[in-house]
Design a protein around this ligand. Structure first.
Ligand SMILES: [Mg+2]
Length: 282
């Protein structure tokens, strides 16, 4: 949080103070200068861990280029789950983690993860957001008659996520409760109307994410572009929700090259293609 209360997205000071030159390999067709991976339904199934095979592939990509994971998930979970395996890479200095939809960026310094930038919301802001969500649920009647499995309001550092059916929702219900996102669109619109100072976006299969305006994955892409001195058009973004309304779609206007995936199985193939394209370059 900036002392003046602004979130810093349009504040050049937030990035120029951190900018430093990083030498990257020359680019060519098919071999990007840097790569971003979404996590949920790209590197791993929603709310699950990436497989050991996937972690191995990410490490192989990191051997070739700056590599980032950019996700709506929160950092403490990743730090416990699979990041320790990546921290052992000899190229860890070019690995970036953008949790909470790029509200933060972290790097490993050899003994700990440290923040390169970090947005947060205050307790007072949380109260306003929580109330707006709960009122919208009531007004729209969106969840009437549906079973709720566990906590619905998930408090992250810079985001409130509303898991409509609860965090412990069974997998079959998670993907079947709202065909065509009809209920969730109605809820999203109701929340957005109450919170004009925030972005309200559909996240995973059941969730609606509320963040400060402009604190999203596009912010992370632009931030890294500036830090590395690499234009977005020389970088690749791999995600499952690159369609309009999807939570990866916001990166498209940055000019970054995008590659849509249907899930971890296809992502493994995409990574192999990238590695093959880069192997032809020295
Ligand atoms: Mg995803």
């Amino acid at each position: 949080m900036h002392p003046d209360g602004k979130h810093g997205v349009d504040d050049k000071k937030a990035t120029t103070g951190l900018a430093e030159a990083v030498v990257v390999a020359s680019n060519g067709a098919g071999c990007p200068k840097a790569i971003f991976f979404d996590l949920d339904d790209t590197l791993a199934a929603s709310f699950e861990s990436p497989s050991p095979e996937m972690v191995g592939k990410v490490l192989a990509v990191l051997d070739r280029m700056p590599t980032s994971i950019i996700t709506g998930r929160d950092f403490p979970w990743m730090a416990r789950d699979f990041l320790p395996q990546i921290a052992g890479s000899p190229h860890i200095d070019r690995f970036y983690v953008f949790p909470e939809g790029a509200a933060q960026c972290l790097q490993w310094n050899g003994s700990d993860w440290f923040e390169l930038y970090g947005e947060s919301i205050t307790d007072a802001e949380r109260q306003v957001i929580n109330s707006a969500i709960l009122e919208s649920v009531k007004e729209t009647g969106m969840l009437e008659g549906l079973p709720i499995h566990g906590e619905q309001l998930v408090q992250k550092k810079a985001m409130v996520a509303f898991a409509a059916l609860g965090m412990q929702v069974p997998a079959d219900l998670k993907y079947s409760w709202d065909p065509g996102n009809v209920r969730r669109t109605k809820l999203r619109d109701a929340i957005a109307k109450k919170l004009p100072a925030y972005d309200v976006m559909m996240g995973g299969a059941t969730s609606t994410d509320v963040t400060k305006k402009g604190v999203n994955k596009a912010y992370g892409v632009r931030w890294l572009s500036e830090r590395l001195g690499v234009h977005p058009s020389d970088m690749l973004y791999v995600g499952d929700a690159l369609y309009p309304g999807g939570n990866d779609y916001v990166v498209v206007p940055s000019g970054i090259v995008t590659r849509a995936t249907t899930g971890p199985a296809e992502t493994l193939k995409i990574i192999d293609e990238v590695l093959a394209a880069c192997a032809t370059q020295t």
